[in-house]
Design a protein around this ligand. Structure first.
Ligand code: AMP
Ligand code: MG
Length: 381
């Protein structure tokens, strides 16, 4: 993934939960450092001589692939970036299924345990989402992820065109594994953080962890006095405030790795998070392509109108919800996704792109979204 810090929503090739971040720093980008001759007594921003100066931090995974970029503006930016990076490391250690000491690995190994504050919060949000999405979002889908070979630990075999090739599991394997999946059977005590999983069930926060991480970083930035920042976790964007000049951030939505954009959405203090079957998939010998967002109703990759070549972008002030919902609405397919939005339209907005290139934009972002590439339908309440 080679991306500068532009606000393009591009699919992360590496799942958050799989990355052991090494957190090297790629230098500090300069901004308008000389542009500091401003009156000291107007607004707080004017009083900050570094108000429009950008500080960047790029974070690398264990394979030295840059997978997270943080940009913050202003005199508090450098401290905030360090704190943000520490938080990414902490959450990676806590949530990675691939790290034996993580909360998730520990619970999966023992079938029970007590969750730390962050994991408890994610569990609560995930179980609520499981309820409200009619089971589309299910953290207990992990055994299926393992069966399909979509975990972070699984090593893809790629051909010389870079295409991952392997065979799909058998119907029987899928049915057997699917019988382990049902988040409503998780026993969770919100008071104590105690959790008990049914025999052989395993959980993973891969569908929601990136959004939570970016939300946490945004909170840390704000509490460090940063009023303008852009957090880019593998193409999932969280913005803090507006651009230093007061104008909204322009977030371009990746058009399914086709090198173009679906469009641009202008936001302030929002997360813009996308899910897509194009992000991770493999091709079987019969040519069929299988992707990594699994429908817990069938055990197969979601195929309700959003399959390998679709994308779902969620615009929401809460990054955790944005991430959970992007996965959930993907599983639902366009019709149910729109129905779900109508019942929750004050909580988020969306840009949906189906496999057959039909694009839908919810009315809350009618004025802030534009596309030069596609015609789209505005969905109203
Ligand atoms: P995202 O890119 O946010 O849509 O997340 C995709 C990841 O979420 C997958 O790699 C899995 O770790 C996880 N996942 C896949 N299917 C589901 C599902 N139905 N519910 C919850 N998490 C899922
Ligand atoms: Mg998600």
């Amino acid at each position: 993934m080679k991306r500068k810090i532009i606000a393009a929503v591009i699919a992360g090739l590496l799942l958050f939960t799989g990355c052991s971040a090494e957190y090297s720093v790629n230098g500090t980008a300069g901004g308008n450092a000389g542009d500091s001759a401003k009156p000291a007594d107007t607004t707080e921003k004017d009083a900050d001589p570094l108000a429009d100066r950008a500080f960047d931090r790029v974070i690398y995974d264990a394979m030295t692939v840059p997978y997270m970029s943080l940009r913050a503006y202003g005199q508090h930016a450098e401290d905030a970036l360090i704190a943000g990076e520490v938080e990414i490391r902490r959450l990676d250690d806590l949530l990675s299924t691939g790290k034996a000491d993580s909360d998730t690995a520990r619970i999966n190994a023992n079938g029970r345990g007590t969750l730390s504050r962050d994991t408890a919060y994610l569990t609560e949000v995930s179980l609520d989402l499981h309820d409200s999405t009619g089971g589309a979002f299910d953290i207990s889908v992990y055994p299926l992820m393992e069966l399909w070979g979509f975990t972070s630990q699984f090593e893809d075999e790629k051909d010389n065109t870079g295409t991952s090739r392997r065979e799909a599991p058998s119907d029987k394997e899928i049915a057997d594994t699917l019988s382990l999946v049902d988040a409503s059977k998780i026993e969770y005590d919100a008071e104590t953080g105690g959790i008990i999983l049914p025999d052989q069930m395993q959980i993973d926060f891969g569908g929601i962890a990136k959004g939570y991480t970016s939300q946490r970083i945004a909170d840390i930035f704000r509490s460090n006095g940063v009023t303008s920042a852009l957090i880019d976790l593998g193409g999932n964007i969280q913005t803090v405030g507006s651009k230093p000049d007061g104008s909204p951030w322009k977030v371009a939505l990746n058009d399914r790795n086709r090198g173009t954009f679906l469009g641009v959405v202008q936001v302030k203090d929002m997360a813009v998070i996308s899910s897509g079957g194009y992000e991770r998939n493999f091709t079987a010998s019969d040519g069929k392509v299988y992707h990594h967002i699994i429908d817990p109703a069938t055990g197969y990759p979601a195929d309700n109108g959003f399959s390998v070549d679709a994308s779902v972008s969620i615009i929401c002030s809460d990054g955790t919800m944005a991430d959970g919902l992007s996965t959930s609405l993907y599983v639902m397919g366009p019709e149910k996704a729109i129905e779900y939005w109508r019942a929750h339209s004050d909580e988020f907005d969306f840009v949906l792109m189906t496999d057959d290139d039909k694009m839908y934009v919810s009315e809350g972002i009618e004025d802030s979204f534009s596309s030069d590439t596609y015609k789209y339908e505005i969905v109203r309440k």
